[in-house]
Design a protein around this ligand. Structure first.
Ligand code: 4AD
Ligand code: MG
Length: 434
């Protein structure tokens, strides 16, 4: 083949492309031959184009060989761009030469297969148009989050994932043998971010978190991507304002950069643009009253389950902050409220349309006595948290932070039924392969 460079397939559709010679390469989305002419749909990351190949130009042997290339086989094509109203997008490449890179074996994925089979074949299923759109949006979402945090002068930190503490509660931590001592897979980077706070004041981490929850629900993974932010000199209103701004910013960035992909997945981009501050704020106590009024058998002090969370936002196009939870149902590190010691300075952000908790935020307890009291109540040996308690002995300042489940956010953004469809290789209680 000539040494002209390969071009993205999308260039075939540029205004001035008709009549030009091009070289493109990619994967066969589908192919057939009819009357001795090959009709191929070739895909690369920029798009797909019809390629036609005739015996008189390519030779009989090439047409015969390309006719046997399987779906997802790989090809290089050299040819001329031509208009053809029957082709998708009104253009095709009339091939002068085709080189088979990999003829491929029969591709096992086609329509009408069971969910279990598709999960077994996940390494191949992720080539579908839905997954391609999903992971492009996810990449833009991650970029948008990092851009926002950089603008806000929040620094990215790299906390460890192997730890000696089960920070969010023992039973849900994955435990393993760390050279003869118990080790845990991180459930949160928070405690490490708090340690990094005095020298940096505004920090974040974007790392996997692990939860050994057996819950088989559409919103739990055993491994998820966790965005955690920690800000010094910050109170509850301050952290909620920050979360609002971050949500509005990333929703509008994703709407701007991925309109086609969003529409393809059933989320009109305008709906993301409508996510603007302020978000309504409701105390836990008021939520309990509201839920009781709707007939839910809930009492003050109980953790809200997903049906209750769902009911609170089902009709709402905007997220909702639920604030001031009972101290007893929340983690040991949350600040006891000054005006009501039964509650903590904490908030969950519930996704619109019944999607449930997307963010958990709180002010961090600065009183060592309160921290020790809670660890004692939870039956945890304070010695395990000695290094964390040390942070309260050296430059102890008010601070607050939050954790956002990236796949939870994406599940709402993309209106996915199940969280596993927002990550290429989902980890759930029943599956850790492929
Ligand atoms: O509410 P969580 O447990 O809070 C923490 O871990 C805090 N230490 C975070 C912090 O303040 N730095 O988890 C935070 C978020 C939840 O709101 C949810 O979005 C997500 O993490 N999350 C999960 N996402 C997917 N699968 C799971 N099993 C999840 N568990 C929590
Ligand atoms: Mg939570």
């Amino acid at each position: 083949m000539s040494p002209t460079p390969f071009e993205p397939i999308a260039r075939v559709f540029a205004p001035d492309a008709v009549g030009r010679d091009v070289r493109v390469r990619g994967w066969l989305q589908k192919g057939r031959s009819s009357g001795g002419i090959l009709f191929l749909l070739l895909r690369d990351r920029s798009g797909a184009v019809q390629v036609t190949g005739r015996k008189d130009r390519l030779g009989e042997a090439v047409v015969e060989a390309v006719g046997h290339v399987q779906v997802e086989g790989a090809l290089e094509v050299e040819g001329t761009v031509a208009e053809d109203q029957r082709a998708p997008g009104g253009r095709e490449v009339r091939a002068r030469a085709i080189r088979i890179i990999d003829a491929g074996e029969p591709f096992p994925i086609f329509s009408e297969q069971t969910e279990e089979f598709l999960l077994d074949q996940r390494h191949l299923a992720i080539r579908s148009p839905e997954f391609v759109a999903t992971f492009r949006i996810k990449a833009q979402l991650l970029a948008a989050l990092r851009e926002f945090l950089t603008r806000e002068e929040v620094l990215e930190m790299t906390p460890p994932v192997l730890t000696g503490n089960a920070a969010e509660g023992g039973p849900e931590a994955f435990r393993f043998d760390y050279f003869g001592r118990p080790g845990y897979l991180s459930q949160t980077a928070q405690l490490y971010l708090e340690a990094l706070l005095p020298p940096h004041e505004r920090v974040y981490a974007l790392t996997p978190s692990f939860r050994a929850e057996k819950s088989r629900t559409p919103r739990h993974l055993t491994e998820y991507l966790h965005l955690e932010v920690e800000l010094a000199w910050c109170d509850l209103d301050g952290i909620l304002d920050f979360i609002e701004r971050m949500f509005a910013s990333v929703c509008s960035t994703v709407a701007e950069r991925c309109p086609k992909e969003l529409a393809q997945l059933g989320r009109p981009p305008e709906e993301l643009r409508a996510i603007t501050p302020p978000f309504p704020r409701l105390t836990y106590t008021a939520a309990i009253d509201r839920l009781k009024g709707q007939g839910f058998p809930v009492e003050w002090g109980a953790d809200l389950g997903s049906p209750e969370e769902r009911a609170l936002t089902l009709e709402s196009p905007k997220p909702l902050f639920l604030t001031h939870f009972p101290r007893q149902i929340k983690a040991f590190y949350m600040t006891q409220s000054a005006d009501d010691p039964r509650t903590v300075e904490a908030a969950d952000l519930l996704g619109p349309e019944g999607y449930g908790e997307l963010v958990g935020a709180s002010c961090r307890e600065t009183s060592i006595d309160h921290l020790l009291e809670r660890l004692h109540e939870l039956g945890v040996d304070p010695a395990e948290y000695e290094w964390y308690l040390d942070l309260r002995r050296h430059g102890n300042v008010p601070h607050a932070g939050f954790g956002l489940g990236v796949e939870r956010l994406l599940r709402w953004m993309l209106r996915r039924e199940h969280i596993r469809d927002t990550t290429p290789f989902p980890r759930t209680p029943s599956r850790h392969t492929p």
